[in-house]
Design a protein around this ligand. Structure first.
Ligand code: PMP
Length: 283
């Protein structure tokens, strides 16, 4: 597989990052994951815009133009023959002597991109079955709107879910659901879609923003507000969204089965609309 590191396309075995990289030592870096369907990038502009915002929030520069970024993404997709899959991008504050204070301005950032092939990404059997989630306390830091590489707690959450035979965990803070370990969370009650409002408590999902737009265009009712785990367990249906899972139905939350235990009509319809529309707009 060919990967990109600091201006070069290299075989993955030859790609190297310093042991002094601040991404490695301090999780001082941000990332994006863009999905690829039919060899094309889904919502590339949205991911670039959020990357720009994450970097600004951490006082980092955007090291490449949007066109350069697109060129690198496309080159990797083509070179690695990706039909369906993902492009992962990470930018860190670069390598410097270990010090909590940021290195001086002008320290070269580390920029890494690689692809992951995921054949059949859009026709996952999970989407037909629906997934099971457990609820766990949200013990992450307070700036979840910045897409940093500090993913240890979400990773622990995923393991807690697996240990209980579930697929993912919804994190809970002040008795309200924030989001899933790597996705935004939604419930549907009497036809109304409810998902947490934007703030520093959740990541501003690119898929979330597209799905809410499509829902409103299809005259579905949307409420952006916090909801409790109890409200979720009494919902008619639930789902999650992310760049890699699109719209994924949730059929069980802790011990509560939603509806008849199969994916609900709103989640199914939104998945269809999302896949159709974002394929059309893919670059
Ligand atoms: N929340 C969290 C915590 C995430 O990690 C992700 C995926 N990176 C999302 C939400 C979904 O965001 P997106 O739709 O942009 O993939």
């Amino acid at each position: 597989r060919t990967v990109y590191v600091n201006g070069e396309f290299l075989p993955e075995e030859q790609a190297k990052v310093s042991v002094f990289d601040r991404g490695f030592l301090f999780a001082d870096g941000v990332y994006e994951v863009t999905s690829v369907l039919g060899g094309k990038l889904i919502d590339f502009a949205g991911h670039t815009k959020r990357l720009d915002r994450s970097l600004k929030e951490l006082g980092m520069e955007m090291p490449l133009t949007e066109d350069e970024l697109l060129g690198i993404h496309r080159h990797l997709v083509e070179e690695n023959g990706i039909e369906d899959g993902l492009v992962y991008l990470q930018i860190t504050r670069g390598a410097a002597d270990r010090d909590f204070a940021y290195p001086e301005a002008g320290t070269p950032q580390t920029v890494v991109l690689f692809t992951q092939a995921k054949p059949g990404l859009a026709d996952s059997p999970q989407a037909e079955r629906g997934i099971r989630v457990i609820t766990i306390p949200d013990e992450r830091w307070g700036r979840r709107d910045i897409k940093t590489v500090q993913l240890l707690y979400p990773s622990m959450g995923k393991m807690m879910a697996k240990a209980e035979g579930a697929d993912d965990a919804w994190m809970v803070e002040d008795d309200c659901v924030t989001e899933g370990t790597s996705n935004n969370a939604y419930i549907v009650k009497n036809g109304t879609i409810v998902t947490r409002h934007l703030g520093t408590e959740i990541l501003h999902g690119i898929t979330r923003s597209a799905v809410l737009r499509f829902a409103r265009e299809a005259q579905m009712k949307v409420e952006e507000r916090a909801f409790t785990p109890d409200e979720a367990k009494e919902a008619d249906e639930a789902f999650i969204t992310s760049a890699s899972s699109f719209v994924m139905p949730v059929v069980q939350i802790d011990e509560a089965t939603l509806g008849d235990g199969t994916p609900g009509p709103v989640a199914r319809r939104l998945r269809e609309i999302y896949l159709e529309e974002s394929r059309k707009a893919a670059v």
